[in-house]
Design a protein around this ligand. Sequence first.
Ligand SMILES: Cc1cc2nc3c(=O)[nH]c(=O)nc-3n(C[C@H](O)[C@H](O)[C@H](O)COP(=O)(O)O)c2cc1C
Length: 269
Amino acid sequence: MSLSLHNRYRHGEWPQDAPWNEVIESLLQHRSVRSYLDKPLPEGTLHTLVAAAQSAATSSNLQAWSVLAIEDPARKARLAELAGNQVHIRQAPLFLVWLADLSRVQRQAEQRDIELHAPAFLDSLLVSSVYAALAAQNSVVALESLGLGSVYIGALRNNLAAVIDELQLPPLVFPVFGLCVGYADPDKPASVKPRLPQQVVLHRETYGQPVEQQLVKNYDQHIAAFYREQGLTTPSWSEQAVERLRSIQTLNGREHISAVLKGQRFEQK
Ligand SMILES: Cc1cc2nc3c(=O)[nH]c(=O)nc-3n(C[C@H](O)[C@H](O)[C@H](O)COP(=O)(O)O)c2cc1C
């Protein structure tokens, strides 16, 4: 088993002849970065990241997503406050907000005096958010290949109405999440976080979970060891996951998204 597979799974068997290359190696090295150097990004980086993002698939070539690049320290500070006071938003030289964006097509429709009916249905919100996520992840793969680090910021939805206001987002635009981008601080290195064993997430032909309980138990031990190495007392994965979904309080304001989305004319029929 290669070192990167060991770090990702901490245990298990791996077929000797499983395909491998540099791209896959880079994917397995992913870790979220929450401490950044005060160092600007190389000239043109944003354009490279957006080109990588725009190369993601998008159904019917609809391209119903956009990205908003924020470098102004004052705006980053305001967004950090709205997103649970996460210091890395202030620290990172670049903060990207990934948008589900049906407004572009809406403007084309208005020019033709045509009314769009599909945006009011849940599938339109779903699919434009999926486009934004696919685009964002392409940019993450690209930035990591350039030696940069990033962390997604889902907490950007905690105060959705205020974020929409701050970014002056028109109707039919929804900020799916943010992404901090910068150089990782080598004094506070992030480590590869072990994942669930493949047998838990990979189903074949039909959905089944015959040995899930035991495998999750084993994983809880691996991740507990990982957190101990990091000097953290984080609970086991299963405990943390259940707690995360147990109550509405853990949504930190995101329980109101549906009302705000209606205001943005994503009506969720
Ligand atoms: C959609 C999304 C939202 C996230 N939001 C946050 C966030 O608000 N703050 C944060 O520190 N990490 C956030 N993360 C990062 C996850 O915590 C991280 O990906 C997870 O713990 C796995 O760790 P790894 O990325 O280092 O492998 C988010 C990740 C995703 C995919």
